[in-house]
Ligand binder design. Structure first.
Ligand SMILES: Cc1cc2nc3c(=O)[nH]c(=O)nc-3n(C[C@H](O)[C@H](O)[C@H](O)COP(=O)(O)OP(=O)(O)OC[C@H]3O[C@@H](n4cnc5c(N)ncnc54)[C@H](O)[C@@H]3O)c2cc1C
Length: 458
């Protein structure tokens, strides 16, 4: 008789796991049942800002694979069906069909938890009013687009200035809104050090996006019709025809917690390197619901990114399908943009290095994305952290125009390889005037970091 693998969560990690397991083993050997409570499966939430902006014309362009396509590959995908209980000793899950409320139990030999993350939505007055939108799912994106219809040219307030906040600021600006971004941090993009975040702030000012830092939102003021009219902070009020929340996410581990599965300090599931839930040989977890090992600091972190979720899913599918694969950890690479400004980071910020007990030096350089004489050469700032004495690369942040963001991948590889900044200075990177100065900005930063390491002495 075929074994049964049950997957909870039908997006990036869950369906990547199901698809990979199916590649490993045919339907006669492995039955695969996947539960998804939403209306969509295998879609790119990452594309929502570009759909809202109008750069991507249609919602369906963000759907990588439909339920029918999964079913054609012998994956029994049950849409609009929520798993409401995990019975770990009994090796079964209880699910509820959201269309009629009926419930049933499904047994498993192998269980995959891929429940993702839920957006932070503080219990503030007015937070659930019409006109206040999250952007976590395609349904959220659709609701927002419907809310925007007829208010173009009005005022939009984005709460939060992480990558989702700044991407949504761009989207709303492109749709003709006067955009204000209200956030708690010293500078936008707290995934960067404040000195690099300041560059983002200045660039957003130049684009006509107002950013208000150090501001804790206390509520949403609504009009007589109940609709959001303004975002309130302790000392100001920001008028709004539409409000978008981008305050961050936390792991969706409600079911796992109720079942007594091990959670880390950030609320994510804890796994081994094969992505097996610790202490449970037949349960795997991946994507936004797990914590990952930071290879630079050695700490456990929760990083909600699609790039990890897809890899996790593939590794889980290989293992659950009878193969073997491991996920060693991450170095914390992330890229985003606001209009033409590209923003990238990998490794540790200064505060991460301090928290990890590391002594470090920093080097910040100004360069250009192409040879200075090449038409259209635009500025780029690179900040590099290196460990005191050893010179080991610890982190890189880049802010600049075209070609800035993906340069961070050089540093991601160097971090993964444990390179020193001195070793980096001789990397054989490509050069031609349209693509970089003869010394690539990352190499210029590495040279300056070498000098800083030497100057710091022992
Ligand atoms: C606006 C936006 C932009 C983004 N941009 C980027 C980007 O540029 N780059 C990047 O790397 N990442 C980006 N991300 C993050 C990326 O989308 C997520 O990291 C990725 O979707 C995580 O995949 P996942 O499968 O772990 O979780 P999710 O995609 O959250 O999927 C989990 C699924 O599980 C379902 N589920 C949960 N609980 C249950 C249950 N009990 N029963 C049944 N179903 C359940 C949910 O409905 C959901 O469909 C972005 C996210 C957003 C919202």
């Amino acid at each position: 008789m075929a074994e049964r693998m049950v997957v909870v969560g039908g997006d990036a990690a869950g369906m990547a796991a199901a698809s990979q397991a199916r590649r490993e083993r045919g339907p006669r050997e492995l039955e695969i049942v996947a539960f998804e409570r939403g209306h969509f499966t295998s879609y790119s939430a990452c594309g929502i800002p570009y759909w809202v902006s109008g750069d991507v014309a249609e919602r369906d362009a963000l759907i990588a694979r439909t339920p029918q396509e999964h079913r054609e590959r012998a994956i029994d995908l049950r849409m609009r069906t929520e798993v409401v209980e995990l019975d770990v000793p009994g090796r079964r899950v209880r699910s509820r069909d959201l269309s009629d409320g009926s419930e049933s139990w499904t047994g498993y030999d192998k269980l995959v938890l891929a429940t993702g993350a839920r957006p932070v939505r503080p219990a503030l007055p007015g937070i659930d009013a019409p006109g206040v939108h999250g952007v976590q799912t395609l349904d959220d994106g659709q609701d927002l687009l419907e809310s925007l219809a007829g208010t173009e040219g009005g005022r939009a307030v984005v709460v939060g200035a992480g990558y989702i906040g700044v991407e949504m600021a761009e989207a709303l600006l492109k749709r003709g809104y006067e955009v204000t971004v209200v956030h708690r941090g010293e500078q936008p993009m707290s995934t960067l050090d404040p000195d690099m975040g300041r560059l983002v702030h200045e660039a957003m000012d130049g684009m006509g996006i107002t950013t208000v830092g150090g501001a804790a939102v206390t509520g949403i003021r609504t009009g007589a019709d109940g609709r959001a009219r303004a975002v309130l902070t302790e000392d100001a009020e920001y008028p709004a025809d539409v409000v978008v929340l981008g305050i961050g996410v936390e792991p969706e581990t409600t079911l796992a917690a109720a079942a007594g599965l091990p959670l880390g300090a950030h609320g994510g599931l804890l796994t081994d390197l094969a992505l097996r839930v610790r202490g449970h040989a037949d349960i795997w977890a991946g994507g936004d619901c797990v914590e990952v090992l930071d290879l630079v600091s050695g700490a456990q972190r929760h990083i909600a990114l699609g790039t990890h979720a897809n890899k996790h899913g593939q590794i889980i599918g290989a293992n659950a399908g009878g193969g073997y694969a491991t996920f060693p950890g991450v170095v914390g690479t992330a890229v985003s943009k606001v209009c033409e400004l590209e923003i990238a980071r990998t490794g540790l910020r200064e505060r991460d290095a301090r928290r990890a007990g590391l002594r470090y030096v920093t080097a910040t350089i100004e360069s250009t994305n192409s040879a200075g004489y090449y038409p259209g050469a635009a500025p780029m700032t690179v900040k590099m952290l290196a460990e005191h004495r050893t010179g080991r690369l610890l982190g890189v942040q880049i802010v600049g125009r075209e070609g800035a963001a993906k340069r961070v991948d050089i540093a991601a590889v160097a971090l993964t390889a444990g390179m020193t900044v001195e070793r980096m200075t001789t990397l054989d990177l490509g050069y031609a005037p349209p693509f970089s100065p003869v010394w690539d900005p990352v190499l210029v930063a590495a040279r300056k970091a070498v000098t800083a390491v030497r100057a710091a002495g022992v």
